[in-house]
Design a protein around this ligand. Structure first.
Ligand code: SF4
Length: 200
């Protein structure tokens, strides 16, 4: 069993936070173990909880379309969330739930070693861009430790607020060009908490 499969198996039986009490299925994530790009959303919703798969509802359908716009399929990337179990009634995940689940996401990233991490929404953005506002930094990448971190709005935000749709589509279209330019980009030298953001 690969390290990534091992993590998925642990997540499916995890009871580290209260979200295990109300879940139908934990949602570890899915995609390629050798993915160059990893997408990190917030948490499973109703359909994801029922199926045990990430991004399978309306937002997932939109994510599929966004991936197709840059000639990628779901199987080419890895898709997961900050918390792996559905918060009741789709409420925001609590800080203690994010903290309890943090080790799984760390291990997934360590196993996959993506070139680029795309954060979808506020909660995954906060991991790499503390105190930043998504309305200000979406669509601008930061390089750290050889990895490009790229904040985008969550696809669900564009479904709730149609004026964001074009923004999300345009931010997605920049991904191939950013991957190509990644080698030339300047590293942010300081730890995430202390650094000035180096945005491109
Ligand atoms: S959200 Fe994460 S930490 Fe909480 S029960 Fe699910 S897998 Fe475990």
């Amino acid at each position: 069993m690969s390290k990534l499969e091992q993590v998925s198996q642990e997540i499916r039986s995890c009871k580290r936070c209260q979200l295990h009490l109300s879940r139908t299925h934990a949602v570890p994530g899915e995609g390629s173990e050798g993915a160059a790009v990893m997408f990190i959303g917030e948490g499973p919703g109703f359909h994801e909880d029922k199926q045990g798969r990430p991004f399978v509802g309306a937002a997932g359908q939109f994510l599929n379309e966004l991936l197709e716009s840059i000639d990628l399929q779901r199987a080419d990337v890895y898709i997961t969330n900050v918390v792996k179990c559905r918060p009741p009634a789709n409420r925001d995940p609590l800080p203690e739930e994010i903290e309890a689940c943090r080790g799984y996401l760390d291990r997934q990233i360590e196993s996959i070693q993506p070139k680029m991490v795309v954060t979808l929404g506020r909660f995954s953005m906060a991991r790499y861009f503390p105190n930043a506002k998504i309305s200000v930094i979406h669509g601008r990448a930061k390089k750290m430790g050889g990895v490009l971190y790229y904040p985008m709005y969550h696809p669900a935000a564009a479904l709730h607020q149609p004026s964001l749709r074009r923004t999300v589509e345009e931010d997605m279209l920049r991904i191939p060009e950013l991957i190509e330019q990644a080698a030339q980009m300047v590293e942010s030298a300081l730890p995430a908490e202390a650094q000035q953001l180096k945005l491109f």
